[in-house]
Write a protein that binds this ligand. Structure first.
Ligand code: TXA
Ligand code: MG
Length: 317
């Protein structure tokens, strides 16, 4: 059931059930992070492998400190600057966080989401929420309550409706080890903004195979059901696939017409608008069920890097 009742959502979570929650990045499938069997049900509902760890969500920095053993100064700087917001930090976990949440790792991924409904919900709870994106494993992340209902509706006890996600891309993940910070996943907070605060360039460890530091970084991810191709030249690709039912996902001033179903991430070339539209448009294109979706990378700076990362993953076989 979809609704706006945070009391009801809190009750379900206290009972060890799962609830769909809105965040500024994407919707999450939440459960009590300290309750192992509640956490197991997240993996089951998503059909997610147990080697892919979960992010825990807390209401503020003070609460976050309870669940980590140390908070390196640079990590603290980032948390103070960007929380609540689309930034996840990997920090040494306290033993109260069950191993199943971190897939056995000594590090826990933690963030303070900035959606007002979810922050109010977290205020009501005396435990953190483990929440991956609320989509079946490997499929596109949801940015509206209806997306969650459509895909997981009968499996979750309640979906808290907070409207469309303002950012539309998952959080940026920063690994904060004693010997320095590195970017593990590109996301809704651009690397430039992080580097501005830290004052140095950060290493990227954007691992793409099946057993990296951040195992969710599997190549095939965020995928629509239709075949998805990235093209350098959309006109040429249209010709190449002219016998097929085509749909196009563009960006900026490009426009193809020719009776082809086309969605434009941002006609004005605004990367924030493109991020907000990306997953919703992928879903719309998928509903149209073309043989092939042809798309092109966006400008490779700021949020464009994270958008391109998702486009590349969607297109990988
Ligand atoms: O914006 C977001 O981060 C959303 C909202 C709901 O908060 N959540 C999200 O969760 O995108 P999920 O599960 O779809 O992606 C989390 C990824 C994992 O796939 C993994 O790559 C990384 O975070 N991760 C989580 N815990 C980790 C850990 N202990 N060590 C390394 N990577 C971890
Ligand atoms: Mg996900």
């Amino acid at each position: 059931m979809i609704g706006h009742d945070i009391q009801e959502a809190a009750d379900k979570l206290r009972q060890g059930l799962t609830v769909g929650i809105p965040t500024e990045t994407v919707y999450g499938l939440a459960a009590n992070a300290l309750n192992e069997s509640a956490v197991v049900s997240i993996f089951k509902i998503k059909d997610r492998p147990f080697f892919d760890p979960l992010i825990i969500h807390v209401k503020d920095l003070e609460t976050a400190k309870r669940y980590v053993r140390s908070f390196p100064p640079k990590a603290l700087l980032l948390a103070e600057k960007f929380w609540p917001g689309p930034l996840t930090l990997l920090l040494p976990k306290e033993s109260i966080i069950p191993d199943i949440v971190t897939s056995g790792s000594d590090l826990v991924a933690i963030r303070v989401p900035s959606h007002p409904l979810t922050l109010s919900l977290l205020e009501l709870l005396d435990f953190p929420l483990a929440a991956p994106s609320a989509n079946p494993f490997g499929y596109i992340s949801p940015t509206q309550a209806e997306h969650v209902e459509k895909q997981l509706g009968d499996k979750v006890s309640y979906i808290l409706d907070g409207g469309s996600s303002l950012i539309g891309l998952e959080s940026t993940i920063v690994n904060c080890s004693e010997d320095g910070l590195s970017i593990v996943r590109l996301g809704g907070l651009s690397v430039d903004e992080i580097e501005k605060v830290i004052g140095t360039k950060l290493e990227k460890q954007l691992t793409q195979n099946s057993n990296p530091l951040s195992p969710g970084q599997l190549d095939k991810h965020y995928s629509p059901k239709s075949k998805f191709v990235l093209s350098e030249n959309i006109s040429e690709s249209i010709l190449k696939y002219r016998d097929k039912k085509i749909a196009i996902l563009t960006f900026g001033e490009e426009h193809y017409d020719r009776g082809i179903y086309e969605l434009n991430l941002s006609k004005t070339g605004d990367l924030e608008e493109a991020a907000r539209n990306l997953f919703h448009y992928m879903r719309l294109l998928d509903i149209y069920a073309p043989d092939i979706i042809i798309s092109k990378k966006v400008s490779p700076h700021g949020l464009g890097l994270a958008i391109n990362d998702r486009l590349v993953r969607a297109s990988s076989q």
